[in-house]
Each structure stands twice: as structure tokens, then as C-alpha cells.
Design a protein around this ligand. Sequence first.
Ligand code: ZN
Length: 355
Amino acid sequence: MSERGGVEAFTVAALELLGGIAEPQAPGLYTVLWPDPVAGEPAVRQLAFDPELMDEAPDAELVSFASPALEHLLQQATASGRVARAYLHAGANASRSTAERLARAYRFLESAWTPQHGRPWWVPAGVFLFRVRYLSDAREEDLVEVAITLTDGRLLRRLGEVLDRHGLVAEPLEAWPMMAERPAGEAYAGARHELEQRLLAPLGLRRRELESRLGRESGRAQAYYAELIREREEPRAALPPDSPERVQVDSKLLAIRREREGRLAELRAKYRLSADVSLLSVLRLYLPRVVFTGTLAGKRGRAELTLCWDPIAQTGEPARCSRCDGLTYEVGLHRGGGAACPRCLDGGDRSPRRP
Ligand SMILES: [Zn+2]
């Protein structure tokens, strides 16, 4: 499943969800009827999912993550109400005691963090529901749900439990501000990557099962044809080289060998596994977070450090290193300024150790 395949599958699925039609012209190239709720008449557009196709179809729009065509489609899906939205039925408080509990989630290296101001926010998350079809001699289906924050693409692994515990409401309980989202295509790419990781084990298991069945059946077929060939080769050896009977046996043997190749190819096709993935729906879910601004202070000076409390998991979210942008629960002051993770603190302060 390539990245292109992901965008392509998503775009086609979203278009069809909106009542549009995508007609494949060539691998990665489509003519689509793009639904237009304002004009009423659908627009005819050409979409390409591979830059190399642009020579062939110079009028096509290239679609990739965060391209205008994909963004437009996602906005349209959201506006049409096909992308459901809901708020988690849970509160959040920005009290002093929350800030103290938040501070205990981290290890501050040779420094201390003092919270200043706390404020609840809604953080948007996308819950992507995928249908996976395993196609081989049998058809099986799985539904896989991947939840990811739309602000920084972090996976939300225990969302099912959270939903069971709190429930959802259509309108927010509190009018908190909303955190800014990254392009929806990025979140989709993250969800798709997670899906692929989760499919590795079930795909591997099915593939091994199919291979062992293919091995057994191919073995039986080989033995059957070997017997047919042997039955004809033995009497053939006794025939004179230019006898007409020998020519007949030769052509029969050729036919048997051809049939054997055909049968083996049939078996390989029967036990070949492919997975067909489609996105069924996206739920946009808003979760509460409390963001505390604060100051990290130590011998090296001070730096602003904003930390985020997750009132659902009752824990702090990892802090972002101002140097490498990585996520960490261990933070210290960098000699060049700013709060940093241990790796950046180390790398910036010490010369490489001698072996
Ligand atoms: Zn770092």
C-alpha cells in the first residue's frame, strides 16, 4: 500500500460518499464527476495521483496530501455533514492542583517549572473507520478504527474506553477555544500508516496459512501430473524414434505439461492474498485539554515552557523540545536558550565520548 494508493483510495472513497463518480482512465488517473451542491450540476474534472502522469494529461489536477483538490473534498465532506462531529462529554479544570499534578508528570533536569496560567481548550481528533477486505480463495472483512489528534498527529490508543466512560454530545458543554489543526491530509496519512502497521500481523498470518495450503495443493497436482507423464514416457522409450505413435505420445506429453503449468498458475492465483482498504467514515471528535503556560528556571537561566494536561487520561502530554521538535517527559534548559530534551541537552554540551 503506497502513499499514492492511500490518497487515491481516500479521494475516490470521499468522492463517492459525496455522490460523485470516479472513472479510472489509467492507473492513477481519473475522470470524475465532482458534485457541486451550489450549482447543482456536477463538474467534470480530471485527477492525477502521480506527477509523472502530468505529461500524458496536462489538464489534470495533481492530487497529493494537502493539495487544494483534496482539501476541497474534505471541506465539502465536512460541510455536507458526512463527516460527523461530536464533543466528548467531559469537563476540565485549570486549578492550581491540576497544575501541580501536571508538573509531576515530568522530570525537570536541574531546573524547576512554575505554572502561570491554565486554560481549557478543545483539541480536535479524527476517528478514521477503515474497512479491510482480505481477498483470496475466501473473503473476509475487518473494521479497523484509528484515532489521531488533528493538531499534532498523535495516536489516541484508548479512545474506545474513553468514549464508553464519558459519552459524546453534539454541542460543546463549554465554549472553549479550539486548537489549530494541521492539514487533514496529514492526519489521514498518519491514520493510514497506523492501519498498515496494524495489518502487518493479520496479513502475515493469512499469507502463511495460504502458502501452506498452496504448498499442499501444488504438491498433489505435481504428483498427479508426474504420474500421467510417467505412464506415457515408459512405453515411449520402447518406440522407434521416427514412428507415428511416438509423435502422438510427444504431443500428448506436451499437452499434459501445458495443463500442469495452467493448473499450478490457477492455484497460485487462488491462494494469492490481497487486501482492499476503504475509508468508511471520519468522525471529528473534540477532546478537552488544559494548557498551562509557565516558566522553567534553573542555573542556566529561564525559558517559557507550555505544558498540556489531559483530563481524560489524567496525565500530562509530552512536552515539545524547542531544539529538535521531539516529544519528551524529561526537560531541561539548553545553554543556547529554550527548554530541550535530554538528547539535545547532551549533544549541545559534551564533546563526543572517546571509546
Ligand atoms: Zn530535543
